[in-house]
Design a protein around this ligand. Structure first.
Ligand code: DX5
Length: 245
């Protein structure tokens, strides 16, 4: 373990003096807890509340035990806001769906390493389709699964719940993996963000950010804040930023 004056940033930075400063914090809502009868209005409210982009949780009922959004629903919401859309594809066969979600207006597509027989090829295909690529890791999947694709992605998503449902408990034992992924990114001098998703709330966001996450996805914590979306977004952003200051 290296010692010395820690650079600003995260747990990983604390042990590698002079490593890169913390990357800008983004608060990204999952629309999973939104009112599906008013999704266009909900997206507009999220944009007004100051979110950096919107994440669509796409589930096929096979990769995860839940079924959610097709591309036509996302396309219908696209004209209602200007913030970028990202699709979190929790699906068994992402390759065949990539063109549909790009066409629907998603600028970034996140696929699961566990769902891709040829992950390198799938990520390259997302770029060829005109979107940025991201790769997600379920809790049991080691960080090493993304070691050879960091040049193909804009972000690595470290799941802090087992995917399929909102409102689950944050898995704090993922924090060393968050730091490990950030370390791999820094060691390879990659321009890649670390995203986390699942159980991110006022009491968990600091731990995730301090470990190395700079894109923080939240669903329940945003939509269930009694003081409203704007308060929730600002509070989470403040807490995450303070954790890496
Ligand atoms: C899990 C989903 C959730 C959702 C956010 O498959 O991806 O993580 O986005 O859930 P909460 O409500 O925990 O923020």
């Amino acid at each position: 373990m290296l010692t010395g004056e820690a650079a600003t940033g995260t747990a990983y930075d604390a042990v590698v003096p002079g490593s890169a400063p913390a990357r800008p914090v983004s608060i990204v809502p999952s629309v999973l807890p939104a009112d599906f009868a008013r999704l266009g209005e909900e997206c507009a409210a999220l944009e007004k509340a100051g979110v950096d982009r919107i994440q669509w949780d796409v589930m096929d009922g096979r990769f995860v035990p839940n079924l959610t959004l097709g591309p036509d629903i996302i396309a219908a919401c696209r004209p209602h806001v200007t913030v970028p859309f990202e699709a979190h594809l929790m699906v068994e066969a992402p390759d065949e769906l990539v063109p549909r979600y790009v066409e629907a207006g998603c600028a970034l597509l996140i696929v699961h390493a566990e769902a891709c027989r040829h992950l390198h090829r799938t990520l390259a295909a997302i770029a060829e389709a005109g979107a940025a690529a991201g790769v997600a890791l379920n809790p049991a999947t080691p960080a090493s699964a993304v070691a050879h694709v960091l040049d193909l992605v804009e972000l690595v998503l470290v799941m802090t719940v087992n995917p399929g449902f909102g409102g689950q408990r944050y898995i704090a034992t993922m924090e060393p993996k968050i730091a490990e992924v950030r370390g791999m990114i820094l060691d390879g001098d990659h321009d890649v963000d670390v995203e986390v998703d699942g159980g991110i709330a006022a009491d968990t966001i600091a731990g995730a950010a301090a470990a190395g996450a700079n894109i923080l996805v939240a669903g329940s914590a945003l939509f269930r804040d009694p003081e409203g979306l704007e308060h929730a977004v600002e509070d989470l952003r403040t807490r995450a930023t303070a954790a890496v200051a």
